[in-house]
Design a protein around this ligand. Sequence first.
Ligand code: FAD
Length: 424
Amino acid sequence: METQDCGLLVIGAGHAGSELAVAARHSGWADRIVLLGDECALPYQRPPLSKAYLCGESDANALLLRPAAAYESAGITVKLGARLAAIDRAAHEVTLADGARLRYDKLALCTGGRPRLLACEGIDAADPPPNLFYLRTLADAEGMRAAIRPGARLVVIGGGYVGLEVAASASKLGAAVTVLEAQPRVLARVAGPDLSAFYEQVHRSHGVDIVTGAAVSRIECEAGRIVAVRCVGGARLPAEVVVAGVGMVPNVEAALAAGLAEEGGISVDDLSRSADPDIVAAGDCTRQLHALYDCTIRLESVPNALEQARAAASWLGGKPKPNRSVPWFWSDQYDLKLQMAGLSQGYDRCVLRGDPASRSFCAFYLRGERLLAIDAVNRPADFMLTRRALAQPRLVQAAQLGDEAVLLKDLLTPSAAASFTGKP
Ligand SMILES: Cc1cc2nc3c(=O)[nH]c(=O)nc-3n(C[C@H](O)[C@H](O)[C@H](O)COP(=O)(O)OP(=O)(O)OC[C@H]3O[C@@H](n4cnc5c(N)ncnc54)[C@H](O)[C@@H]3O)c2cc1C
């Protein structure tokens, strides 16, 4: 089989891959660009899969990140249904699953991640029952949407964002939903106890049964289908549909074999460059040293995928612009828009501004007097202001953060920070 020349070869046609290919062209990459992905749809938005799309409020066309014409006009060749199998760094070649070989000058790895499989007694993870669902792709969401009928008994395993969003959407569709979370509270990995308590209460008020400290021990099947979920301690929940939202595994097998990654992701710098000068990587498949927080982290969010893609494109186009963005994320459940910015890891104090009972409040996370992060519920203006403020290490007078009589802008603008003389 003949080897095709690709110029810039982008693997993974998702949020990062689509952005990287288009931004590289706009940044001055003049040679050929090929965007290759193993799904059969043009790159589409993943967040609505657990929200509007699952509720039947949007269709697949509305999810597209860009129309086909946008790739054509940027001179980008899109190859769908094609899977990267191996990378030969010395030869600057990749091999696809069908044996085809492609040559690259620069390679961009944007392969995202896949759901972590549920490992427990009663099911074969490699051959799951037809009423067990995971959620990452449009095809996953279509299968789930068909299964969630009014009155159906749905058990969601995992009280993280994806699990809670599915629970909110399914309850809107009329399903009888139970969420099982092994930790003592939902969102334990990503938010503080106040936010967890708030979301647990909101879900319960919508009729969703939230059970925390509930580790699944066994799945009971009859005639190949799940009929119940058993928890450690013996509780048995009858189930017609089970959704597992137990985390994500980065797709880095080819990068690992090529010596470019560890299990946790492909390490990149703030220009999204890997250890190989001809290979960049962006999105959920990467881990980066975050300059603002001085830690190495894998971020799973659309804003991060886009920022890393743009940084890679700027470097490929010869106008390097490092990614120094503040991490942020959002989640929509019921009528609540949650927006988070910064990284709260290592906080020693959480200050609430506003009353959770009003369904509009912020939780600020601090270490000493340094502001680390915000979770804002139905408070977009506070979120925007704080997200901007977090771009620099910032000290705040914590007591005033909780006092709504003090304007947030008076606490978080650069001049306010300058007048407060603590040490970052
Ligand atoms: C249900 C759901 C809801 C979410 N909600 C939010 C939200 O509200 N806000 C938010 O910020 N983020 C949200 N996220 C996370 C967000 O979608 C991801 O962070 C984002 O998609 C990452 O983009 P990416 O390009 O790195 O990966 P992806 O968008 O996953 O794209 C990677 C692509 O590469 C393909 N691929 C993988 N391996 C290969 C291979 N070997 N060969 C060829 N192609 C390959 C994959 O099939 C996929 O198409 C959500 C995710 C899910 C699943």
